[in-house]
Design a protein around this ligand. Sequence first.
Ligand SMILES: C[S@@+](CC[C@H](N)C(=O)[O-])C[C@H]1O[C@@H](n2cnc3c(N)ncnc32)[C@H](O)[C@@H]1O
Length: 217
Amino acid sequence: MPKDWYEWHDLYDTEPVLQQRLEIVREYIADSLNALPDGTIRIVSVCAGDGRDLLGVLQNHPRINDVYARLVELNPQLVERGRATIESLGLGKQIEFINDDATLATNYVGAVPADIVIVCGVLGHVVNEELDRLINNLSFLSKPGAFVIWTRGHSNGIPYSDNVRKILSASGFEEINFQLTATGDMAVGIHRYLGESVNQPQEQQLFVFSGVPSKAR
Ligand SMILES: C[S@@+](CC[C@H](N)C(=O)[O-])C[C@H]1O[C@@H](n2cnc3c(N)ncnc32)[C@H](O)[C@@H]1O
């Protein structure tokens, strides 16, 4: 059982479900980069971990020089590791790794609305009522036409991603692609925001993260 979120990331070395999830998330990030028109691409990652999903794609992607990203993560060791990767890729002028609370709208000011919003390993860590609030607030993070990439684990035979897809659809997001990992218990989706620009969030707190690493996948 991982004692904190830094240790939780070691599970990527051993857990097929996380390895497969990461592969699909990277595929969807690359698809989004490929689909966006010429010019600057703004990206935000909510509860970014060590940023391995986005940074793993950028290192080999032809749009690397167009990207400006802000990753927001609370665990300082993960941020440190992410920043080291950013430096090693020579992306220090384009990618900010903020060590702060990703649930607060203020931490996105200047970086949104974004063309790509990454919310991976987050939706399973909010209680039901918060899920609606979080998904509604994605419209504050997203430009019209933005891609939102998300994950949601299933457990005890309950397909929790069904509800995520339902709320996304009701909140102005169109599904572009969706798959389950080969393990069958982790969903990864990519949606496109069809709504209007939202300059201000309804509240400064976009959602409450209540997950704990010892129970997470
Ligand atoms: C399940 S992990 C997912 C990490 C990463 N997105 C991934 O998919 O590999 C959840 C992450 O959320 C971070 N986290 C939890 N609460 C947070 C908060 N309020 N603000 C920013 N990050 C937070 C944790 O430190 C952890 O890195």
